[in-house]
Every structure is written in structure tokens, then in C-alpha cells.
Design a binder for this molecule. Structure first.
Ligand code: PBG
Length: 325
């Protein structure tokens, strides 16, 4: 058969396939989310996230050390608190002597070269389990900003490299940027959770932090999964307000949104490969229904192909190991 163009020629060997690959994964792409608990020598498993643990600070440091050896450079720490430390105003979230801030300082002291990312939102500390202040069943936007600003400032003081506002309140990026700049923290970055959907894929994370909303849902602040144009409004605002990097969350069901941000903006794009996406692959693999290693790499690569520069993923450690093979 006469045929000028035969795409299979570019697939004929492993060497050629590698040469023409349009996208690659490296450990540099990853940020590994870690869960922190009080105490010493504590390591708790999370039933909906096999292979992921909540660590006390001493063990968290060992875990980070191991990940650094595998080439991971980015870490994002989330605190998991007891109910008696939670209140309506997330007061523990801006306690300079609290568990979270102490841990951030220690991590940065021990590992000055990593990229240390933090989380800004009220939910881990809120007795209502919401990301903002609740009054008469409503989430109050502008009052919440004051609390987020306090959290941002002490996290910057503790040595965070990147702050991650994950709350979806309007105007929070600009508000936080101003507070940081006025206090002299002009080089602390903001990675905004720009396009965060009201997703059921966060279930296992809420198990990990015991942070599920006590009433209602998060649909008045997180985005409707039906929408993609609205993502451009969120991105316009966040970039105008000073976000250095923007995020889409979750990743796998929203690859179109990642692509659309990549096509429309020039700042780095992050995909958050969330807890439910992790749990699905783990569950199917435990049953022997999927080849876990291959599915992990294929799904992470799909996020890069869609346009993600950075991937927040619970698979970071496993993927870094696989990349070393
Ligand atoms: C909340 C927050 C959530 C996640 C990160 N920060 C959950 C939520 O909005 O309820 C989810 C991450 C995951 O599922 O892996 N500020």
C-alpha cells in the first residue's frame, strides 16, 4: 500500500517514542500533601486513603526526608485537629504557638531548600466545618477575609514559600497580597485555588481532617461542576489580585478546565489530583482490577498534557519511586 504518512513510524521503538514524547513527568512537577497531627511518634492510617498517613511532627520530618531523597521538592502540609480545638472563628488557625505554625517553622529549619506550601482556609479549625464564618446559615465573605489575612501573615512569618488560599472567598488573593506586602513579605508567593469545584471527590480528605461541613454543602463558594467559562472569571480576578500560580481542583474530571487556563494565561498552572481520585485508583488496584503503577503514571501524565505545570498529588512518593526505576 502506498501511503506517505505513517504515524506508526514515530512509534516503532521505545527510543523513538521517548524522543518524540510531547510531555514528560518528573519529580520536579510534584507537591506532596501531608497531614499533621499533635503528639510524638504518631502515625495514623486513613481508611479511605490507603498508603497515606497522619503524622506527628517528628515522623513528618522523617517522611519529608525520605521524599527529598526520591527527588520531591514541594510539600503542602494540612493540620488535623481535635474537635475541642475548633471554634466558629477558626481561632486556632492564627495561633502563633499552635501545632501548625510550630511545625512549619521546624520543617523549614530542617529542610531550607524545599518548597513549603501551606493551606489557608478556616475548615480544619472551624466547628462548622466550613471555609468561612457562618452566620444564620450563611458564609460571610468579607469578615472571613480578616481571618484568612491573619492566617496568611503568621504562615509567612513561619517561613512558608507558597501560601495556598483554598477557601474560594471573593477578593481573598488581593486581600492577602496586601497584608503580606505591607508586612514586608513581598517574596512569599500565592498559589490560589482559583478554580475549585464543589466536588464529591474531596470525601477522603474530609475523613483525614475530620473537616466535613456540619450542615449544608460548599456550593455557595465552590464552583458548580457544570461551568467552565466561570473559571476564566475566577482566573482573571486572581491574576489581577496578584496570584503567582493558579490551580484547578479536582484534576481528572476537569482536564478541559486545566487546558482552558493554560491556553488563556501565562502563569504556571497547578492541578490538584484530589483524595477521591487517589482513592479510586487505590480501590480498583487492591481488587486487582487495574495495574496500579501504570494507571498512576498515565493519569498524572494526562494532567501535564492538559497543561498542568505542577501537580499536587498523594501519588507523589510512589510516582517519584517509579520514575527512578
Ligand atoms: C478545604 C480543602 C479541601 C481540600 C483541600 N483543602 C476540601 C474541601 O474543600 O472541603 C481537598 C483536597 C483533597 O480532596 O485531596 N479548604
Amino acid at each position: 500500500m502506498l501511503q506517505n504518512r505513517r504515524p506508526r513510524r514515530n512509534r516503532k521503538s521505545g527510543a523513538i517514542r521517548a524522543m518524540v514524547a510531547e510531555n514528560t513527568l518528573t519529580a520536579n512537577d510534584f507537591i506532596f500533601p501531608l497531614f499533621l497531627i499533635p503528639g510524638v511518634n504518631e502515625k495514623q492510617s486513613i481508611s479511605s486513603m490507603p498508603g497515606i498517613y497522619r503524622y506527628s511532627l517528628d515522623l513528618l520530618l522523617l517522611e519529608i526526608e525520605e521524599c527529598i531523597r526520591l527527588g520531591i521538592k514541594g510539600f503542602c502540609i494540612f493540620p488535623s485537629l481535635e474537635d475541642d480545638q475548633k471554634d466558629k472563628y477558626a481561632t486556632e488557625g492564627y495561633n502563633k504557638n499552635g501545632l501548625y505554625i510550630k511545625a512549619l517553622k521546624e520543617v523549614k529549619l530542617q529542610f531550607p531548600d524545599i518548597v513549603l506550601m501551606t493551606d489557608i482556609a478556616m475548615d480544619p479549625y472551624s466547628s462548622d466545618g466550613h471555609d468561612g464564618i457562618v452566620e444564620k446559615g450563611e458564609i460571610i465573605n468579607d469578615k472571613t477575609l480578616e481571618i484568612l489575612g491573619k492566617m496568611a501573615l503568621i504562615q509567612a512569618q513561619a517561613g512558608a514559600d507558597i501560601l495556598g488560599p483554598s477557601d474560594m472567598m471573593d477578593g481573598r488573593v488581593g486581600y492577602i497580597r496586601r497584608i503580606l506586602d505591607e508586612a514586608g513579605y513581598t517574596s512569599v508567593s500565592i498559589m490560589s485555588y482559583t478554580v475549585k469545584y464543589a466536588s464529591a471527590f474531596y470525601g477522603p480528605f474530609r475523613d483525614a481532617l475530620d473537616s466535613a461541613p456540619k450542615f449544608g454543602d460548599k456550593k455557595t463558594y465552590q464552583m458548580n461542576p457544570a461551568n467552565s467559562k466561570e473559571a476564566l472569571i475566577e482566573a482573571d480576578l486572581d491574576i489581577e489580585e496578584g496570584a503567582d500560580m493558579i490551580m484547578v481542583k479536582p484534576a481528572l474530571s476537569y482536564l478541559d478546565v486545566i487546558k482552558s487556563l493554560k491556553d488563556n494565561y501565562n502563569v504556571p498552572i497547578t492541578a490538584y489530583n484530589v483524595s477521591g481520585e487517589y482513592a479510586m485508583i487505590k480501590a480498583a488496584s487492591e481488587k486487582g482490577w487495574l495495574d496500579e503503577d501504570k494507571v498512576i503514571m498515565e493519569s498524572l501524565l494526562s494532567m501535564k498534557r492538559a497543561g498542568a505545570d505542577i501537580i499536587l498529588t498523594y501519588f507523589a512518593k510512589e510516582a517519584a519511586k517509579l520514575l527512578k526505576k
